[in-house]
Design a protein around this ligand. Sequence first.
Ligand SMILES: NC(=O)c1ccc[n+]([C@@H]2O[C@H](COP(=O)([O-])OP(=O)(O)OC[C@H]3O[C@@H](n4cnc5c(N)ncnc54)[C@H](OP(=O)(O)O)[C@@H]3O)[C@@H](O)[C@H]2O)c1
Length: 183
Amino acid sequence: MAQKALVVGASGMLTEVARWLAKQGYEVTVVGRNRGKLEEVRDGSSHPESFTLLALDYHQSDYLREAMEQLVAKQGHIQLVVSWIHQTAPEVLPTIGEVLSRPQKEWNLYHVCGSRAWRNPPVVPEGIGCTYHRIILGFVCGEKESRWLTNGEIAQGVIQAIQAAEPQFIVGSVEPWERRPSY
Ligand SMILES: NC(=O)c1ccc[n+]([C@@H]2O[C@H](COP(=O)([O-])OP(=O)(O)OC[C@H]3O[C@@H](n4cnc5c(N)ncnc54)[C@H](OP(=O)(O)O)[C@@H]3O)[C@@H](O)[C@H]2O)c1
């Protein structure tokens, strides 16, 4: 049976990560608010049949929990989650964890975080019940100027992080911190 993956925030910089997972043989569920954007993620994949689209606002915890319950009931256990979640939604990971860990199931979380996580690592939600992997998005230091990572660099870095399966993986650079680009 195919392995299952969930990509939260899949229709931006994680688009190529979702498509790569499908290519690796995963059944991939992609989450975002805009269904049209999720369709583009699926339709640009070499394995569109491996995709399930979940159009929802992750701030609505009850709705997210219900969607996760239905997904697991339909597909079975989800082994891998890749998430890019804005800080306005701290309940998303505990909500997903509550459903996926039941009853004592194992899963891996690749938690994509902005560069600030280098200085202030986000607290891993208590009792989330997964093997936790933090991915920190850094920046690119040029000779004169620094810049933020492109979507392509981010996707490639996240794929490398999943392959490395380390507790923490840095995409680009986080030091020297003073050379972090201004917004
Ligand atoms: N260190 C770095 O270099 C660095 C770090 C962070 C970001 N960035 C750059 O900044 C750009 C913009 O970042 P971004 O945060 O807009 O990321 P993004 O990856 O472009 O898009 C965010 C993703 O989350 C989904 N999403 C947003 N709010 C949601 C909600 N309430 N419920 C469900 N899904 C939701 C979006 O789909 P919907 O809009 O359809 O909901 C989309 O799939 C990125 O493309 C990246 O290049 C760079």
